[in-house]
Ligand binder design. Structure first.
Ligand code: SF4
Length: 123
């Protein structure tokens, strides 16, 4: 099977043609202007990764919800499970930007971190 993807490793944005075998493994990549293209095509085709961004509900803090993200990409296939797990969290302590809310989130080797600070309500 052949599919077309755009390499996003640099602004050139090469249009890659990626050929896979029946089990989905990349066997040939064309259209790349440098050696990063095939590496990107293999990763994106065989194990696509994405940064998870979401919000966590809070209790007793000045923000009702705190925006969060994973500090590294996680497998795209795990995104739905991760979103469901984030929904179950409740933040009850103050956080600073980039502070870890959940370490080794879902055992994926990434941390869930706050992208906005939140403090205790002053009222
Ligand atoms: S293949 Fe190389 S030159 Fe082309 S977009 Fe990817 S990184 Fe840039």
């Amino acid at each position: 099977m052949i599919k077309k993807i755009t390499c996003i490793e640099c602004p050139v944005g090469c249009q890659l043609e990626v050929e896979t075998d029946q089990s989905g493994h990349v066997i040939k990549v064309t259209g790349n202007k440098c050696e990063k293209g095939p590496v990107y095509a293999k990763q994106e085709t065989e194990n696509p990764m994405r940064i998870l961004t979401s919000i966590v509900l809070t209790e007793g803090l000045d923000l009702k919800m705190v925006p969060v993200k994973t500090n590294k990409p996680i497998p795209k296939a795990k995104l739905m499970e991760a979103m469901a797990a984030v929904k179950k969290l409740k933040l009850t302590k103050q956080v600073k930007v980039d502070e870890t809310i959940a370490s080794d989130f879902l055992g994926l080797g990434v941390d869930l971190i706050a992208t906005r600070p939140a403090s205790f309500n002053s009222h």
